[in-house]
Structures are given as C-alpha cells and as structure tokens.
Design a binder for this molecule. Structure first.
Ligand code: SAH
Length: 251
C-alpha cells in the first residue's frame, strides 16, 4: 500500500496520530524536502529506506514507489501541510492508478490553518466573512482566467494565498482591484517552525514591510477584515437570536 501523509505545517507535533503510526509501519519513506520537518523521520523504522524527494523528479519518485510496491514494501509518501492543497499528488495518483497500485491519503494541518492559529484568529466571522478563498498567483503554473486574484478579490472574503510571497508587489496590485487599501494583511513565514515570522500591515504597506524582512518563500498571505480587531459579538450569539434562528449545525 502507498500512503500519502500530510506532515502538517512544521511543528512535528502537528502531524496526526494516524500519520505517525503509518510512518512507523512503512518500509520506505519518501518525504518532500525542506518543508517537512525532519523530526518526523525519527518515527521511521531503523531499517526503513528514507528518501528526500526534493532531489528526485516525478519519474524517479514513481519508479521508486512502483519498485517498492512490487517488492511487497509499504510506502509512506510524506507531504507538507495537507496533501490535497498544492501537494502535487494528482500527478502521482494518475500514475499509481495506471500501475494498479492502491493508495490512501492521510490528511494533515494545512499551513493556512496553522497561520490562522498563530495569529490567534478565526477565518470565518459571522457578518464579516463566511468564505475562505484558497488560491495563489499565476506564474509558471497557470491559474484559470476566471480565477485570477483580481477577480477573486471582488468578494471581500477571507483569502489565503499560497506560493506567492516572492511576487508580493503583483499580489498586492491585483488585490487592490477588489479590496479597499486599508484591508488588513498578515504574512506568516514558516508558521509553527522555530524561525516563524509574522508581518502585519494593510494592502498599502505590507509589500514594503515583508520585503524589508527579506521574506520571499515559505509564507502564507492572509487577507481580509477577519484580521481587524473586531470587538463586537455578532447578533448570532445573542440568546434570543440563537433560540429562534440559529440552527444546530451552525454551533
Ligand atoms: N500542502 C501544503 C502546501 C504546499 S505548497 C499545505 O497544505 O500547507 C507550499 C506553500 O505552502 C508555500 O509556498 C507557502 O505558501 C505555504 N506553506 C507551507 N508551509 C508553510 C508554513 N509553515 N508557513 C507558512 N506557509 C507555508
């Protein structure tokens, strides 16, 4: 069996128990380079073969998985955060299906959720925002035309932008086409790692602030009014309202 495992954002205690148990049982461990905390690898069996996929291309990774599988070995393929978010697992899954190799996916804590947790914020505040847009700026990887940042920003929703801090000027200029200039932005570099850095600002000054810290990779850009210091409770928390209107599943 092949297991795609989400390692979480960095703090080695943020992997699931299930992920750890599988790593402990696998014969082959392939982890995604610098973004997976190597502390997690200590759970591998002493005899396990451990590979860093940062130095391998897709064919090499699939070749290794197929060979291991044929030899009757279980494989743990460890991705950063959650494998379903920019994990590039789709291309691996397609190849495994072709080879008739069964696989399972073990979720992980995605970095956008880790970033919210270190900012101590809720991403979905009633009456402010009830939508989280997970996206990135287009680059070598093409973003479909209807999903460009400037269009998504028209909703005023909470936005979590991956893989884009190196293009912060372009990100900000796209966002300004929808959000107000004073919309808060928080950039979290290496959320939950020991060298984590948080930069706070608005669309008018975040670009200069983040560049002055030299941050140009491994950062989450969170945008939206959920970052404001909102002191009032929503009326949804009012007793009367909750009895009459609030449905159980909202709680
Ligand atoms: N599957 C991962 C994302 C992989 S893409 C997840 O669910 O988090 C890599 C991008 O994720 C980085 O460019 C950065 O935008 C973000 N990222 C990954 N780890 C991060 C961390 N600890 N802090 C902030 N951003 C992170």
């Amino acid at each position: 069996m092949v297991y795609f495992i989400g390692a979480g954002p960095g703090d080695p205690e943020l992997i699931t128990l299930k992920g750890i148990k599988i790593i402990q049982a696998c014969d082959v461990v392939i982890y995604a380079g610098s973004l997976v905390n190597k502390e997690i690898l200590k759970y591998a069996k002493p005899k396990a073969e451990v590979y860093d996929s940062a130095t391998m291309n897709l064919d090499e990774i699939i070749g290794l998985i197929v060979k291991s599988h044929k030899d009757g070995k279980d494989v743990a393929r460890i991705h950063t955060g959650d494998p379903a978010i920019y994990g590039a697992i789709h291309e691996q899954i397609v190849r495994l299906k072709k080879e008739n190799i069964d696989y399972e996916i073990i979720p992980g804590v995605s970095s956008f959720l880790a970033a919210a947790s270190v900012l101590k914020k809720e991403l979905t505040i009633p009456e402010i925002t009830q939508t989280v847009i997970i996206t990135r700026i287009g680059g070598r990887t093409v973003v479909p035309k209807e999903q460009e940042l400037k269009d998504l920003s028209r909703h005023g929703a909470t936005m979590a932008i991956f893989l884009s801090v190196q293009e912060i000027d372009r990100v900000v200029s796209e966002l300004k086409k929808g959000y107000q200039e004073n919309t808060p932005v928080a950039i979290v570099y290496k959320a939950t790692w020991e060298d984590q850095v948080i930069v706070r600002g608005t669309l008018s000054d975040i670009s200069q602030k983040v560049k002055s810290k030299g941050i140009n990779k491994t950062a989450m850009i969170l945008v939206g009014d959920f970052l404001k210091n909102i002191k009032a409770y929503s009326k949804l928390y009012d007793k009367e309202f909750s009895h009459s209107f609030r449905k159980k599943e909202d709680l």
